[in-house]
Design a protein around this ligand. Structure first.
Ligand code: 5AD
Length: 398
């Protein structure tokens, strides 16, 4: 009975809110398998067979915001704060490029002071200048995930990044105004306002970024209807990319008393959300969030099966990783550009996809909207054996 209903719902060209809520709530393995297959097929049809890497570099955990769910919120005094050196960031980015990553993502806690803004600008200029090569004629694709900034700052960083494969991730976390308030009800002058977050997205568009957003899934009290409205909001914002993952308890959080969803249910809900987002939005990039893997070792692989087409291996130097625990059990503490490239490639091939080596992989929606077509063939070019082994070694010994 339920299988038939699922088949009928999935056979339609457009989904109603009721259909979306129905699909998000699926738990029966046979129903979920149908949803997964549909999302996978839609991904293949609109995005092709490649999964793109974005090497994630968490450049600093200093944060002026007080988001209550987050392990690096400013009130958490148990975290040792760090800021990477410019040379370290550039080295990590260039190692990623050498390994065939087409893009990197710089993420940090939120800071708006002039010193920080200038520093990021300089880092971007250097990465761009040094990463232009025969394989990457435009240099590395750049994604920024550096919080709420002024339009002027967004413009300066866009110019410094020097590439059209330029993206910004700014999740709105939930479209439910009351829940957003609860999540961000911290004291101080950096209080978060949902409407402001949407304004930020307009500014990012104006500054020329491919726009990425997302939510947390399974936040205490969040309903399936809320998640449906989140998907409608992605549509309304006409986003180019989505990154979303399960809500997880964090050691340094101010929300521990509310608990979190039971892991098996949470992972299924998260995968359903990825799948339904893919079916509704079709031609956007969707990341298999790291948080999926905090629940299950094959979490990110499952994300790809359910319609994600972007993987973000963590390339932050090992010594800093303990300091960037947004939530508990964050995986990948020992990944290096080389080891992560290899491990994720195995998962990606297992799922029946290929890695988009040396491709920046901008979303098709963005390419269609702007008329800019990215070209190139995915080429797996290993650096010479010695360098490769040297890179693999630290991961193998820790
Ligand atoms: N669980 C899941 N995701 C989290 N994030 C922060 N804290 C948590 C948590 N406890 C996510 C937020 C933020 C992104 C950088 O990390 O969605 O936008």
């Amino acid at each position: 009975m339920s299988i038939n209903k699922t088949k009928t719902v999935l056979s339609q060209d457009t989904l109603s809110d009721d259909d979306i809520v129905y699909l998000l709530g699926l738990t029966d393995p046979e129903d979920c398998a149908l949803l997964q297959q549909k999302a996978f097929d839609v991904t293949t049809k609109y995005m092709g067979n490649y999964v793109y890497y974005r090497g994630l570099i968490e450049v600093s955990n200093i944060c002026t915001a007080g988001c209550r769910y987050c392990g690096i919120r400013r009130e958490n005094h148990c975290v040792e704060r760090y800021t990477m050196k410019t040379e370290e960031i550039v080295k990590e980015a260039l190692d990623a490029a050498k390994m065939g990553y087409g893009s990197i993502c710089l993420q940090a806690g939120e800071r708006r002071d002039a010193k920080f803004v200038d520093w990021i600008e300089a880092v971007l200029e250097e990465i761009h200048a040094k990463s232009v090569s025969e394989l990457l004629p435009e240099g590395l694709g750049i994604t920024l995930s550096l919080g709420e900034q002024t339009l002027e700052t967004y413009k300066r960083w866009a110019k410094a990044a020097g590439t059209m494969s330029l993206r910004y991730l700014a999740r709105f976390e939930t479209s439910n105004v009351n829940l957003f308030k609860i999540l961000h009800a911290a004291h101080g002058n950096h209080e978060k306002v949902l409407e402001h977050r949407f304004k930020i997205m307009e500014n990012l568009r104006e500054a020329g970024y491919q726009l990425g957003t997302g939510v947390m899934i399974g936040i205490p009290t969040q309903t399936l209807e809320d998640l449906c409205r989140d998907i409608r909001m992605y549509q309304k914002l006409n986003v180019d990319m989505v990154g979303m993952g399960p809500y997880l308890l964090s050691e340094g959080s101010d929300l521990t008393e509310y608990g979190m969803m039971e892991p098996d249910k949470l992972i299924q809900l998260s995968l359903n959300m990825i799948a339904v987002t893919r079916i509704v939005l079709k031609d956007v990039n969707i990341a298999a969030a790291t948080a999926l893997q905090a629940i299950r070792p094959d979490g990110r692989e499952l994300g790809i099966r359910y319609g994600a087409n972007v993987m973000m291996p963590n390339l932050t130097p090992t010594k800093y990783r303990e300091g960037y625990q947004l939530y508990k059990n964050k995986p990948g503490l020992k990944d290096t550009p080389a080891s992560a490239a290899r491990v994720f490639e195995k998962s990606i091939l297992r799922v029946g996809r290929e890695v988009g080596w040396n491709l920046t992989g901008s979303s098709i929606r963005w390419q269609n909207r702007t008329g800019i077509t990215e070209t190139g063939d995915a080429k797996r070019i290993l650096p010479d054996e010695e360098v490769y082994e040297e890179w693999l070694e630290p991961a193998a010994t820790k």
